[in-house]
Design a protein around this ligand. Structure first.
Ligand code: FAD
Ligand code: UQ1
Length: 522
């Protein structure tokens, strides 16, 4: 096994080993990673554990809809498809929603007055992860999550859905199934947060009071800031991996592509997963090569940034890749208009705003502008831009010590990713357990974030870095190389780590595994 493990670790794409040779040892390595990273959590769990155990609470005060396990199969597929149709309807009406907000449920189950020791706003990656951890810390009956959506999505896999390498349906699971058992799910939308009176008002007019609050509301997509969108998505040959409504349109556009310009954009705002606009471009290149259409295609990347990527080590590799694959990169340009009926996209030169150019496309992948959640923006919890204003070390709010935050909705100065949420969740868990004991928080978040750059249908370059934009690599190999092992991890291992590790509050990022793999030297 060790011999083949060595073979696997040396699996940069120039090596002749196949992915299959790697399967068993890689799985062993990843199990080792998971166990080493969750061991501290399990140890802490014993020390902190509340008397309500999982099984008891499942049979006890669970407030989830009955029979939710059955819901998984046929009925869920129907529900997912209905959810997608409704969501596209909202996208057309141009509502400033995030990627997964569903307002179908103005819950009749919400009673007029409620109080919780720990109230979590948002049931996405950060919200569910923290509610699982808070259940462990203080008992399920003390925790509630406000989340309007019936379906929870694993967004990172949409990169592969847009390229036809995975199906959309398994990226969504019923919220009822991933809500920690016994935790109250308030199926409504937060409308207002009043931290002076420790009160949250929901869309149906209910008021919920709290002792402690975790804000995990994600960010909002703004397709409507590009002239001609979102209605342009009704035309063919345009898609976006950033939303459940548009991700399958990317795959259609890729399959329909006959030749001409295949155009990829990166907007003039902060975004989640800053690598995703490029990942679909490399996959497009690979698909067109495989199908013999690459010779008739110009692949063009327009980015508002002055660099291809913020971390030099990985940027150097990406420049090599675009050169090798004959991809044209235009820095400091952003998409301002789409005339989808004519298949034309208009770009502005950010260094010379008077200058615009119109490009005809055979395929267009749009990364929309993004911004803070409107519920936070302009309110007492926001910084001057609108993000949740947190201490970057402890994740405690700067002005309200009983308020905490995690994920894309925050102003933590690092890239917004699920990997960052994982690392933040371990720190935030520790901070809150200290605050509950009236002690000073003692663990610091270092800004850890990660971007698995998918560079083809079997390679990934795994970027990992911190607040200082310094690489913080988990594996004792050069991660600036494209590797098959990393593709296997992204496509097949990460989803399991997400559903069964992160969302259950058992995965706090690869920090402990990194220490182990570097023999305690990092
Ligand atoms: P979300 O998971 O978006 O959750 C926010 C939740 O808040 C949602 O459930 C929403 O319904 C809810 N909400 C919003 N408004 C309200 C309201 N008013 N009231 C109540 N609830 C509300 N990350 C990686 O680590 N690796 C990757 O490879 C990767 N690839 C990605 C590829 C794509 C195409 C995309 C779109 C994302 C990718 N990410 C990746 C990023 C990752 O998915 C996000 O960073 C992560 O999900 C953020 O978690 P969050 O909890 O902050 O926000
Ligand atoms: C990660 O922890 C994570 O959250 C579960 C992701 O989101 C899906 C990631 O993409 C990555 C890369 C990580 C980091 C994990 C390892 C093993 C490096």
């Amino acid at each position: 096994m060790y011999r083949s493990l060595r073979v696997c670790i040396n699996d940069d794409v120039s090596s002749s080993n196949t992915v299959h040779e790697c399967g068993l040892p890689v799985t062993s390595l990843l199990i080792l990673l998971f166990v080493s990273s969750t061991y501290p959590v399990l140890q802490r769990r014993q020390m902190e554990s509340h008397t309500v155990d999982d099984e008891q609470s499942k049979e006890g005060i669970t407030q989830q809809p009955p029979g939710n396990r059955k819901y998984r199969n046929g009925r869920f597929k129907e529900e997912l498809s209905r959810h997608r149709m409704a969501a596209f309807g909202r996208l057309k009406q141009c509502l400033p929603t995030g990627s997964t907000i569903c307002s179908l449920h103005t819950s009749s189950r919400v009673t007029a007055k409620q109080h919780y020791k720990m109230l979590v706003l948002g049931g996405g990656t950060g919200g569910i992860t923290m509610s699982a951890r808070m259940k462990r810390l203080m008992g399920a009956e003390n925790v509630a999550v406000v989340e309007p959506s019936e379906v929870h999505y694993y967004q990172p896999i949409w990169t592969l859905v847009g390229a036809g390498a995975k199906n959309l349906a398994p990226s969504g699971r019923p919220t009822a199934n991933i809500m920690p058992s016994g935790v109250k799910w308030v199926k409504s939308k937060v409308q207002e947060i009043n931290p002076d009176s420790n009160t949250v008002r929901t869309e149906d007019g209910s008021e919920i009071t709290y002792e402690y609050l975790i804000v995990a509301l994600g960010l909002q997509l703004h397709f409507e800031k590009i002239k001609g969108l979102p209605e342009g998505f009704e035309h063919p040959n345009i898609g976006s991996n950033y939303s459940v409504e548009t991700v399958e349109k990317t795959w259609k556009a890729l399959q329909n592509f006959k030749g001409g310009n295949a155009v990829f954009t990166y907007p003039n705002t902060l975004i989640k997963c800053g690598g995703a606009p490029q990942k679909i471009m490399y996959l497009t290149d690979a698909f067109l090569r495989k199908t013999g259409k690459r010779a008739n295609a110009n692949i063009i990347y327009y980015t508002s940034l002055p660099v291809i990527f913020a971390v030099k080590k990985y940027a150097d590799s990406l420049w090599e890749i675009v050169k090798q694959r004959d991809i044209q990169v235009n820095l400091r340009h952003h998409l301002i208009e789409v005339q989808a009926d004519k298949q034309e996209a208009v770009f502005q030169n950010l260094d010379n705003p008077e200058e615009t150019k119109t490009i005809e496309y055979g395929m267009l992948h749009v990364t929309p502008p993004m911004g803070p959640n409107m519920v936070i923006k302009g309110g007492p919890l926001a910084d001057e831009v609108g993000w949740l204003d947190l201490d970057k070390d402890t994740l405690q709010h700067k002005s309200f010590p009983n308020v905490f935050g995690i994920g894309d909705c925050t102003n933590l100065p690092t890239a917004k990713t699920g990997a960052a949420v994982a690392a933040q969740s371990a720190v935030l868990h520790r901070t809150i357990s200290k605050v509950l004991k009236k002690e000073k928080p003692d663990m610091k978040y270092d800004g850890y974030t990660s971007c698995p750059f998918v560079t083809s249908y079997n390679t990934v370059m795994l970027a990992e870095y911190d607040y200082d934009l310094q690489p913080v690599e988990t594996f004792p190999i050069n991660q600036a190389k494209e590797r098959r092992l990393m593709y296997y991890m992204k496509a097949d291992v990460m989803p399991h780590l997400y559903w069964h590790g992160l969302l259950r509050g058992l995965w706090g990022g690869p920090g402990p595994a990194r220490k182990l793999l570097h023999l305690g030297m990092k």
